[in-house]
Design a protein around this ligand. Structure first.
Ligand SMILES: [Ca+2]
Ligand SMILES: [Ca+2]
Length: 416
């Protein structure tokens, strides 16, 4: 845009307006919604951005349109590194850490963008905690020119929000930003080119500050474990206001960049242990599995507890055809096994296994599993009301002298 010096009070020319979808794709299910049909938004050189929020986009993707104004300014340098260095995380004692991240490079605001993070590879061990660290920055270049015949004050006010949403995670990460710059400019210099003594250029850079999100519940750990990736959606929505005299030329361009870093805390496979045992029909009711007792398949057992870092662990398993059960891939910690009483049996005697514990009914608590320990022989005995068969009848011994007489003589005919 330029205006001749011979035209001292130019009319503000209408800037080109074109419509673009705010999001080209988002979480595969929205891919078909990329064609947006809303009417163009009135162009104005003073406002850039849209009111689209990530939440409203999720609820109504077709609303995701924005107005783009042809650039009267050179774009801000896209190479300016404004992301802070990754924040160091505290390693878990005896644990491992692996990190993945989704990067969003400099791009105009008011669009939903997606990137992916890698899930945690279960071959490395067992995931115990997921830290999600979001970062972002906004960079705006604003130019204002006073077209009046006296000096004036001009101001640029930039505010907005940056949001991230990770596929399957219920919590959206949000941050807001709010910056303004004020300056004085001289009377119009006769050339409306956003330059010279009657013009002011503000270069605004601001960080969006996010809270770190930490997840360690069972559902989240399952979501982040396995092969493949999870999608991360980003929306930065900016509102800009260039304020000044009643006769003014103004333009602004706002870009955003960001990163979501996911830190996986895990117990390495080499440090995992197990707790195993069996459920049996204690036929002779002596509290010990021995000859004549029978194993009971299909019995449900639940394990709960905490690893050494205090992360909750919860598992369920069922005895196999041989009556044995096992909770595998367990980090060191304190655990409780609860048996679901099998139908058709009465309560028998239960016993702790090789990592100890306390028996209370069908609950064996306070099992302190050491790093890499494979504890076994946690037993749950059941009995029935069925009459236990009496021991086989043993005939009393025959009279020894009589018996020996037969054996020694061998003369059957003479004695029978
Ligand atoms: Ca027995
Ligand atoms: Ca029982």
């Amino acid at each position: 845009m330029s205006v001749s010096a011979t035209h001292p009070r130019p009319n503000l020319e209408t800037l080109e307006s074109r419509e673009v979808p705010a999001a080209l794709s988002f979480l595969n299910q929205f891919a078909s919604l990329a064609q947006v049909t809303s009417p163009p938004v009135q162009a104005t050189p003073m406002i850039r951005g849209s009111s689209t929020s990530l939440t409203s986009f999720l609820n109504n993707p077709s609303s995701g349109t924005s107005s783009v104004i042809s650039d009267p300014l050179p774009a801000p340098s896209p190479t300016t590194p404004t992301l802070p260095a990754p924040t160091p995380t505290t390693p878990s004692p005896n644990g491992g850490i692996v990190t993945t991240e989704a990067i969003f490079n400099h791009s105009t605001t008011a669009q939903v963008r997606t990137a992916t993070i890698n899930k945690f590879n279960p071959n490395l061990g067992v995931l115990t905690k997921v830290e999600i660290i979001a970062e972002g920055s906004i960079q705006a270049d604003a130019a204002l020119e006073n077209l009046s015949n006296i000096s004036q004050t001009v101001k640029t006010h930039l505010k907005g929000t940056m949001q991230y949403q990770i596929q399957g995670v219920g919590t959206t990460l949000n941050a807001s930003f709010d910056r303004q710059e004020v300056g004085n400019v001289a009377a119009f210099d006769g050339i409306a080119d956003l330059q010279g003594v009657s013009a002011k250029k503000f270069e605004i850079q601001t960080q969006a500050n996010f809270q770190t999100l930490t997840l360690s519940d069972e559902a989240s750990l399952a979501l982040f474990s396995g092969n493949g990736t999870l999608q991360v959606a980003n929306l930065t929505d900016a509102k800009a206001c260039n304020c000044g005299p009643g006769n003014m030329l103004a333009a602004i361009e706002t870009l955003a960049q960001g990163r979501v870093r996911v830190v996986y805390h895990y117990t390495p496979a080499s440090q995992l242990g197990s707790i195993a045992g069996y459920v049996y029909h204690d036929v002779n009711r002596n509290g010990v599995y021995n000859a004549g007792d029978r194993m009971i398949p299909g019995v449900v057992l639940t394990l709960t507890g905490f690893d050494l870092q205090g992360n909750a662990i919860s598992r369920t398993t069922t005895t196999g055809s041989n009556g044995w059960f096992a909770f595998n891939r367990l980090p060191a910690g304190n655990y409780t096994i609860t048996q679901t009483q099998p139908a058709g049996y009465l309560q028998g005697m239960n016993a702790v296994g090789t990592a100890g514990g306390i028996v209370t009914g069908d609950v064996i608590s306070d099992i302190n599993l050491q790093t890499g320990q494979n504890a076994t022989n946690y037993s749950f005995g059941e009995i029935t009301n069925a009459v236990v068969p009496p021991p086989p009848i043993v005939r009393p011994p025959l009279d020894p002298p009589f018996f020996s007489k037969i054996r020694f003589t061998g003369r059957y005919s003479g004695w029978m």
